[in-house]
Design a protein around this ligand. Structure first.
Ligand SMILES: Cc1cc2nc3c(=O)[nH]c(=O)nc-3n(C[C@H](O)[C@H](O)[C@H](O)COP(=O)(O)OP(=O)(O)OC[C@H]3O[C@@H](n4cnc5c(N)ncnc54)[C@H](O)[C@@H]3O)c2cc1C
Length: 437
């Protein structure tokens, strides 16, 4: 029998469990740990609440979770409740699927001012992550600046712009919905250091901006390269740039109908966030691109007055004591998933924060191949019963998959009309719902 511990119940964790099941069938026991009492990682707390069809992927993980030899061990923080060394003593392989939950700092002065947030915090707030549920961003200002040119920046801009009616069918948490309904924001500026050809935004997400009730995207036609240059782009990117071109062509009279402007500010490098305790502006330097697409400052600068800043510039994995870490890349040091004997990583913890949900599937299958090469038939470790003894000694309040289903049921029962669920945003509330008979 092989005993595998997977740390993290996001896509990478569940794809790894699925791969283990495919590899060994009945001859493996998999425990999937998570620090939250609820599974699925960023599917629950990252993917936008108005993108329910994407969140539907969790049904696939559920069929893995309900296999007899796969267990969810929620509400256990590895590194605090139990160490990696202890897990290694109990399981043949320990796989870190802990994601990349920390915002990369922008590295400019003023990041610590009030009402400046990283996207992990801001997205966690509107998605009800217990760590960020009390963020309470102030939306009474008129201008928000979103730093970054990827899909997370688009998510944040779109969420800041939508009406309550546009959130029908979403699972945006009540506290965020109420705050957004009272928002005074009239302009959302999306800042990118480079130009339209260098964006990391996908066509579907960009296209959504054209259909918002209150928001209207604006692109300065002067920022767009000659249209013939689009031919050199790969098809997806070309489609994205076509959206930007269509935004640049929106007539002014149509724009006037919409009270919120979503303004793409390209070739704009943030230099400092300014304010007296609380953000009141952001200083920007204009950039130009060299022939390799690298941006450099022109010396021309300007300031955007704003009352909210959200940085969407990438994430880092949380280091764990004793586990080799690549500081620059913000992920565990690994060779195709192998970190140290018996210790592996997968998903964002292995690659850093890139790719779609589906990118984590081959990762999961890849790491199980390595584990199969390394552990043979297993070495007679204690596995589950060993962990259960330790959990009892430490009085850990472990949440099982069955408990999670009770939480889910309670969240569905308290959903507002048209919504799939109203998430609990507090761990104690989750545990209480899990403990109901
Ligand atoms: C804002 C945002 C929106 C996104 N939207 C999309 C989208 O629309 N479509 C798409 O394809 N991709 C999207 N992605 C990317 C997608 O979410 C990731 O590819 C995927 O979630 C990475 O999976 P993971 O399992 O590596 O990490 P995660 O999903 O982050 O899962 C990590 C898990 O590990 C747990 N954990 C961390 N540390 C510990 C510890 N010490 N002990 C126990 N448990 C721990 C966490 O609680 C979490 O559950 C989005 C990402 C973000 C940030």
């Amino acid at each position: 029998m092989r005993h595998i511990a997977i740390i993290g119940s996001g896509p990478a964790g569940y794809y790894t469990a699925e791969a283990a099941q495919k590899q060994w069938g009945e001859d493996v026991r998999v425990d999937i740990f998570d620090l939250l009492p609820v599974p699925y990682g960023l599917i629950r707390t990252g993917v936008a609440p108005d993108h329910q069809s994407i969140k539907g992927v969790s049904r696939r993980y559920e069929s893995t979770a309900q296999l007899d030899n796969v267990r969810f061990v929620g509400n256990v923080t590895v590194g605090e409740d139990i160490t990696i060394a202890e897990l290694q003593g109990l399981y043949d392989a320990v796989v870190l699927a802990t994601g990349a939950p920390n915002d990369k700092p922008a590295g400019i002065p003023g990041e610590g001012l009030e009402n400046v947030f990283g996207s992990a915090a801001f997205v966690g707030w509107y998605n009800g992550h217990p760590q960020f549920a009390k963020l309470n961003p102030d939306l009474t200002g008129r201008t928000a600046v979103v730093i970054g040119n990827g899909n997370v920046a688009l998510d944040v801009a779109r969420i800041l712009t939508k009406t309550a009616a546009e959130f029908t069918g979403s699972d945006i948490v009540a506290h965020a919905l109420h705050a957004l309904q009272k928002s005074h924001i009239e302009r959302v500026v999306i800042l990118g250091r480079r130009g339209p050809h260098q964006i990391a935004m996908t066509p579907k997400e960009l296209g959504e901006l054209a259909h918002l009730t209150r928001g209207c995207p604006r692109v300065d036609p002067a920022d767009l390269p000659d249209v013939e240059e689009d031919l050199f782009l790969e098809p997806g990117q070309r489609k994205s740039v076509e959206h930007l071109r269509s935004f640049a062509a929106i007539p002014e009279e149509f724009r006037c109908d919409k009270p919120v402007e979503i303004d793409f500010d390209f070739f704009a490098s943030p230099k400092a966030i300014v304010g007296d305790g609380r953000v009141s502006g952001i200083e920007i330097e204009r950039t130009v691109l060299d022939e390799n697409g690298r941006a450099s400052g022109t010396g021309e600068s300007y300031t955007i007055d704003c009352e909210l800043v959200v940085t969407c510039i990438g994430y880092k994995t949380s280091p764990i004591p004793g586990v080799p870490f690549e500081e620059n890349a913000g992920r565990f040091a690994n060779d195709e998933g192998r970190i140290l004997p018996g210790l592996y990583c997968v998903g964002w913890a292995r690659r850093g924060p890139s790719g779609t949900i589906g990118t984590n599937r081959p990762d999961g299958f890849g790491v199980i191949e390595k584990i199969a090469e390394d552990i043979g038939v297993g070495s007679g470790k204690a596995g589950r019963p060993g962990f259960d003894r330790l959990a009892e000694e430490r009085k850990l309040d472990v949440v099982t998959f069955r408990d999670w289903k009770k939480i889910e049921e309670a969240e569905e029962a308290r959903a507002r009309e048209g919504a799939p669920r109203e998430k609990f945003t507090d761990v104690d509330e989750m545990i209480k719902a899990a403990s109901k008979p």
